[in-house]
Write a protein that binds this ligand. Structure first.
Ligand SMILES: *Cc1c(COP(=O)(O)O)cnc(C)c1O
Length: 363
């Protein structure tokens, strides 16, 4: 079965570690002698609570999450967080205002959603520069009275990555890490909230992970729907209603795999190596250019193009014939995008780099 698998460069949902999928397959109809699938278990049963808590503990250990942070397993995707964050945090400061760094498609969406709940100050807006880069600290126009500062750490569509944590004084940083969480070690204590849709680096879609500092819980606007109040989810251990049980189980298996390859430090080394192989191939080429500025390059989403749309289409088509799949760039950028998340093996990236060279010499 495994030899028929493709190298899937999809931006998300994306590849999962084969080791995790094989365990899913083995345990699909009978989880560890329970006589049922994880999908068939009550979320309140002892056996599922054990899966739930061990998954939370594994994530806490993997990311070295301090004790004064809660881990929430929610639903609604990162996109629901775009609304939950302002509903819960906009009222923290007295001015109902928040700072947003708009560095891409999702960051822009988050800022637009926040405008419904307060005043949004664009601490940076990279749209006029086609979101090709991340601002320097000195370029950030920060309001010291802001309730929070929101950024999107890795810009999935434009292929850029914040390689530093901005200095914001006492203003808590809220980070959308959907497309880079678990790709490298991160100092959680520098953030107020870290959130991510699971479908890039954590597991299947449906699960949204929120890591929130305790003092930020219980500050929601009174009109906040019960389901969208962090306090509801903290008080009920993410089980106010039925959580996305199967995705949580798979997330746990992904964390086991990550641990087996050396945790976040091991993963970072592999991810940097993969990105280097690809960027080196692109930098050596005279046919392809990368669309993100060098200093801002993502190690998860590599965006590139030729100078011709026909050639781009030909590249994507011929790559697909070689099992190098889902390389089409987002319509906002065009060209190609190789999403090389944690589960993309080095061999997949090597094969793509080889094909880049071959394609150039033939065309
Ligand atoms: C994929 C993605 C989203 C959207 O996530 P959903 O779970 O589909 O809502 C938001 N932000 C970033 C950075 C993403 O990569």
């Amino acid at each position: 079965m495994s030899e028929k698998r493709i190298y899937n460069f999809s931006p998300g949902p994306s590849m999962l570690p084969l080791e995790a999928l094989e365990i899913c397959s083995r345990e699909m109809t009978n989880y560890q002698g329970s006589g049922m699938s994880v999908m068939e278990m009550s979320h309140r049963s002892k056996i599922f609570i054990q899966i739930f808590e061990s998954t939370q503990n594994k994530l806490r250990e993997m990311m070295s999450i301090p004790d004064n942070y809660k881990i929430l397993f929610l639903q609604g995707g990162a996109s629901t967080q775009f609304a939950m964050i302002p509903m819960n945090l906009m009222g923290l400061g007295k001015d109902n205002t928040a700072d947003y760094a708009v560095t891409g498609y999702f960051a822009k969406k988050a800022a637009a959603e926040a405008k419904k709940y307060g005043q949004v100050n664009l601490a940076f807006n990279g749209e006029a520069e086609s979101f090709a880069r991340i601002p320097k600290q000195s370029e950030l126009n920060l309001n010291p009275n802001a309730s929070y500062f929101h950024l999107c750490t890795n810009n999935t569509i434009y292929g850029t990555l914040w390689d530093y944590i901005p200095e914001t004084g006492n203003v808590p940083i809220v980070a959308d890490m959907s497309s880079c969480i678990l790709s490298e070690p991160v100092d959680v204590s520098k953030y107020g909230i870290i959130y991510a849709g699971a479908q890039k680096n954590m597991g299947p879609s449906g699960l949204t992970v929120v890591i929130i500092r305790e003092d930020l819980v219980g500050k929601a606007f009174p009109f906040t729907p019960t389901m969208l109040d962090y306090e509801t989810m903290v008080k009920n251990d993410s089980m106010y209603n039925t959580p996305t049980t199967y995705s949580i189980y798979v997330h746990g298996l992904v964390l086991d795999w990550l641990k087996s390859i050396g945790g976040l430090t091991g993963m970072q080394k592999i991810n940097r190596e993969k990105a280097k192989i690809l960027y080196d191939a692109l930098d050596e080429s005279s046919m392809f250019v990368t669309t993100a500025e060098k200093a801002s390059r993502s190690i998860m989403n590599v965006t590139f193009k030729t100078n011709s749309e026909e050639l781009d289409a030909k590249f994507i088509k011929e790559a697909t014939e070689r099992n190098l799949c889902n390389l089409k760039g987002h319509r906002a950028v065009g060209g190609m995008r190789a999403s090389i998340y944690n589960a993309m093996p080095v061999e997949g990236v090597v094969a793509l780099a080889k094909f880049i060279k071959e394609f150039e010499s033939k065309n």
